[in-house]
Design a protein around this ligand. Structure first.
Ligand code: IMP
Length: 458
């Protein structure tokens, strides 16, 4: 069977910890979208590993698959694999032949477009990893796929078509000379060919490339459990998120089908778990109706000289929750839990269970609030509107919950749900009730053992 893990908010909901927890019962862990923009930290036998592309299950002896919906930067892939091997692990990672390759010029163009957009209010605050430009080329039918790296003639033909176009874009649209770049070889067909053809040889000699759909179907036919791991979150989904402040793929459950080659009935026959952070955090620009305080350069209209009455509360949550980007180190914006966002996520992905994380971060506050609904133009809304402009005009209708004390969370996790402070239980039950979906797991600390496990989906 499959268990699909989906971020229900804006990314950074603590998916990694849940993948890690439930991944124990999985044999194969497959990512279905995104690339090396998905920072995750895994602690294994006392050692900390920071990864951005390799599925975390690969550290624990599972087979990791990068599905066809992913965009793969082979430099990052082999860097991460080499580092893991130097540290004594033997990761088994397979890459879909149909996945697209992030090439050096994609990263350069990502940075330049963000610079240009910073003059406008369209800047998405990307991770700068070349994700958007690579998906653009995929949709534009001019991309290079992992399978192409294995065939020198095909690779050269693709590069000879695409590189001159990118050079023209750089020089004629953005007015930047290739010669002035830090890495002018990013736009040199021969240099890119040599490096990426070598990656192809390595992928081939290590037997790493697969037809993802067939590989996963065969694994299930052999009775193996497959976890489908989404990166990022629903509200930064290219279709269902707060466009244009989104990533360029589908983190929602439909992406698990198109991004692996498994049909919707196969994925729907398994479980789909929505990962919920007990409050909101956000890297990037655009509106955020339940935001507390703000972050310079990201919160629209934020004035650091007048950060507003909730700035201290925001700072408290940011510090307690360690809300700084794993890939970029940037401070994240924070806000109260947003129920219209969660109802929208539930409708898009059809969650069968929830994991509610970081409940401990809110401990010690007198009162915890949630955005229960919005008011837009005098009307109450229970889910997110379809345009980001409308979302920006939504006012959150807050509901207050009595806070809970900071307790010994490790022993709460060990004793189970009944040991949770009553006020924290009321908060969890409100979320379950609103989404009509049970919380399978409740995260009460960063450690692997600090999760109350009520249900094991495999
Ligand atoms: P990109 O994915 O690098 O193109 O960035 C597009 C948007 O998605 C930006 O607002 C990023 O901050 C956001 N984003 C991308 N990956 C993550 C993630 O793993 N967690 C949270 N936000 C992310």
């Amino acid at each position: 069977m499959t268990v699909t893990i989906v971020g229900s908010q804006l990314g950074d909901e603590g998916k990694g910890g849940i993948v890690d927890l439930y991944g124990d019962d999985a044999d194969v862990v497959a990512r279905y979208q995104g690339g090396d923009n998905a920072g995750h930290t895994v602690v294994h036998e006392g050692e900390e590993y920071k990864l951005s592309l390799v599925p975390s299950g690969a550290i624990r002896g599972k087979v990791g698959v990068l599905g066809n919906g992913c965009v793969v930067n082979p430099r990052t892939l082999f860097d991460e694999l080499d580092t893991l091997r130097e540290r004594g692990l033997e990761p088994d990672v397979r890459v879909a032949e149909r996945a697209h390759v992030i090439l050096p010029f994609h990263r350069v163009l990502d940075g330049i477009e963000e610079d240009v957009k910073s003059e406008t209010d369209l800047e998405a605050a990307t991770t700068g990893r070349g994700i958007g430009p690579t998906y653009e080329d995929k949709a534009g039918r001019r991309g290079v796929r992992v399978g192409d790296l294995l065939d020198g003639d095909v690779l050269r033909e693709r590069l000879e078509y695409v590189v001159p176009q990118k050079t023209a874009l750089l020089e004629e649209v953005y007015g930047v000379d290739v010669a002035d770049l830090d890495d002018p070889e990013a736009f040199d067909v021969d240099a890119v060919y040599e490096e990426y053809r070598e990656f192809g040889r390595r992928l081939d000699s290590e037997g790493m490339t697969v037809n993802a759909g067939r590989f996963l179907t065969d694994a299930m036919a052999d009775g193996r459990n497959v976890m489908l791991e989404g990166a990022q979150g629903t509200s930064i989904d290219i279709d269902h998120g707060i466009y244009p402040y989104v990533t360029s793929s589908n983190p929602t459950a439909g992406g698990a089908c198109t991004g692996t080659g498994l049909g919707p009935t196969v994925v729907g026959d398994g479980e789909v778990i929505g990962i919920v952070k007990a409050y909101l955090s956000r890297v990037g620009t655009g509106p955020l109706p339940t935001e507390l305080g703000g972050v310079e350069g990201h919160t629209p209209g934020y004035d650091p000289a007048d950060p507003g009455p909730d700035a201290d509360l925001a700072e408290y949550i940011r510090e307690e929750g360690g809300e700084y980007g794993t890939v970029t180190g940037r401070p994240r914006r924070v806000g109260w839990l947003d129920m219209p966002m969660l109802r929208h996520a539930h409708r898009v992905s059809g969650f069968t269970g929830l994991a509610i994380n970081h409940l401990d971060v809110l401990a010690g506050l007198d009162e915890v609030q949630v955005g229960h609904s919005y008011t837009l133009d005098g009307e109450e809304l229970r889910t997110m509107p379809a345009t980001t402009e409308e979302w920006g005009r939504c006012e959150a209708n807050l509901r207050a919950f009595a806070g809970w004390d900071d307790v010994d969370w490790a022993s709460v996790a060990e004793e189970g749900y009944e040991a949770l402070p009553d006020n924290a239980k009321a908060y969890v039950e409100y979320v379950e009730d609103q989404l009509d979906t049970p919380a399978y797991a409740i995260g009460v600390g960063p450690g692997r053992g600090e999760t109350i496990v009520r249900e094991r989906p495999f």
